[in-house]
Design a protein around this ligand. Sequence first.
Ligand SMILES: [Zn+2]
Length: 401
Amino acid sequence: MKRIYLQKAKHQVARSKTIRGINRQIVLNYVRDRSPISRAEIARETNLQRSTVSAIVDELQGDGLIEEIGAGDSTGGRKPTLLKLKSGTPFALGIDVTPRNITVAICDLSGGVLAKSVLPISPDVVFITEQILLEIDKILAKFPAIPADLGVGISVPGIADPNQGEALVIPYFRWTNWDISARIGTKFGFPVIIDNDANAIALAELWFGKEKIRKFSNFISVLIGEGVGTGIVFEGQIYRGERGAAGEFGHMTIGSNSPVQCSCGSYDCWEAHASEKAIIARYNKHHNSMSNNASQVDIIQLVGLANIGEEQALAALKETAKYIGLGIANLVVGFSPQCIVISGAITKAWDLIAEEVQIFADRSIRHELPKAVLIPSSLGDNPTLMGALSLVLARKFASAT
Ligand SMILES: [Zn+2]
């Protein structure tokens, strides 16, 4: 039950158009989730009139959102025509900004990536802004036709205000009030949505994650990367807080004397104990005590070494897993989520650390409550890119009210 806020009420008064909008979204989501599906099946499942479903399907086809894919099996009469989301045509442009690189990609309505390019990142914000604009030009030129309202989603490793379209702070590069959304909007005329990387991943999990995750309406996504970010899904939507700054649990106090300094300068934060930087620092400490050569591993290499049984890599991951688990215990106590989804390179070694994370995650939980399930992300090698694209895609499928 939601309180009605009068300052917003004038936008919420029910109109006949609203009901049609709700039905349209329901039909679109049936096609998304159950395709290939026929008009008759949608009518049966939704209890909508067959004629209403047909009219909505015509409208969705006219808007280029769904397409017919030939006939299905007949249960007696004429074979029904099956429907699916329209694929192969550009629908969303995603820009995924990470401390390592920038990925620019175009996908269709089902999230299938049609073209992608990766740029090295520079701390020079003026230079990199120009490079992003040039790269968008190049990727758009690969397609014969681009819709005028192509949506752009930008995922950034920092605090972003999706309502104002501003990247407020990118701590890794010390950028403030980065105007990338406005620059893209001005140059190309596309609508732009910007959000924090962990929020964007949470949205991608909610709409495009494993079926097991999509069933949950209350969960928290934890991104273990250069830092630690969390995205809170509350009743089927992202909880962003004022100016999009919620979910900064990477800076909750988890202990003292962390192996690396947090991006905020502290040695007590979860990020300083549980991020990729912390894993690598622990590895270097183990490794360098055995050899005089300072090692230069990155996280992908370290996870690979753990997977083929290198003891020091495994020890660094297991030690870090404890701190990941302790932070999760705090999230579970505070939010009582149905599940916690973990993403980042460490999920490639999930089998090696799952038990350790679980033991520590369970430590401070009141035992009479059900446990939150821990699930590694299934968004693939680039969950933040999927997050950037989801910022656009999710709006297309979300409820009309
Ligand atoms: Zn911190």
